[in-house]
Design a protein around this ligand. Structure first.
Ligand SMILES: CC(C)(COP(=O)(O)OP(=O)(O)OC[C@H]1O[C@@H](n2cnc3c(N)ncnc32)[C@H](O)[C@@H]1OP(=O)(O)O)[C@@H](O)C(=O)NCCC(=O)NCCS
Length: 148
């Protein structure tokens, strides 16, 4: 089994795709935190429309990608940006790490986000206070996995 850092060695610093007038980008969070990636969509004025982060980690000899901080600018909501950016990020991560398990946690009351993740094929796993890396959150959240 190849671990994620072997894949990250081959990771380009910035990946760009253009769709209509929007630019989809990906970068390492920093040269130090190589296991964290940021994905975002910019318009032609270099304004960020939508953003998300992914942390890649190894647990019990499996590669996990934890998606977090998904957010769309208030003026650009309900236009498909979060859906498209998540698709772009998931395709990218799966290309990089084919056996990756894609995980996220979402607030129980966040109906819009839950709908968004269901539309992408995420399934509810559990209600939990712990992220896969063992981080405790006071408020319980719904754990979701893609293609369980
Ligand atoms: C949740 C959030 C990221 C959605 O971003 P978005 O770009 O507006 O979402 P999309 O336009 O891609 O929506 C895709 C699907 O999500 C669901 N959805 C998103 N917003 C919705 C809303 N206001 N009402 C109902 N369903 C909604 C729908 O199923 C939608 O598909 P549809 O338009 O075909 O019905 C955005 O509302 C946001 O930034 N919220 C604040 C931050 C947040 O809660 N982030 C999630 C943390 S887990």
């Amino acid at each position: 089994m190849r671990l994620f850092y072997e894949y990250l060695n081959n990771l380009p610093a910035v990946v760009i795709k253009k769709l209509n007038n929007f630019i989809y980008q990906s970068s390492n969070f920093s040269p130090i935190e190589m296991d964290q990636l940021v994905f975002w969509i910019e318009n032609e004025y270099e304004k960020v429309i939508c953003i998300l982060s992914i942390k890649i980690l190894v647990l019990h000899f499996k590669n996990y990608a934890e998606i977090y901080n998904v957010s769309t600018h208030l003026s650009f909501r309900r236009l498909g940006f979060a859906y498209n950016l998540l698709k772009f990020a998931i395709d990218f991560i799966r290309h990089l790490i084919p056996d990756v398990i894609i995980w996220l946690g979402v607030d129980i009351e966040n109906r819009n986000a839950i709908k968004l993740y269901h539309k992408l094929g995420f399934q509810t796993l559990n209600i939990s206070n712990y992220t896969p890396s063992g981080k405790y959150r006071v408020k319980p959240f719904i754990e979701m996995l893609l293609n369980i």
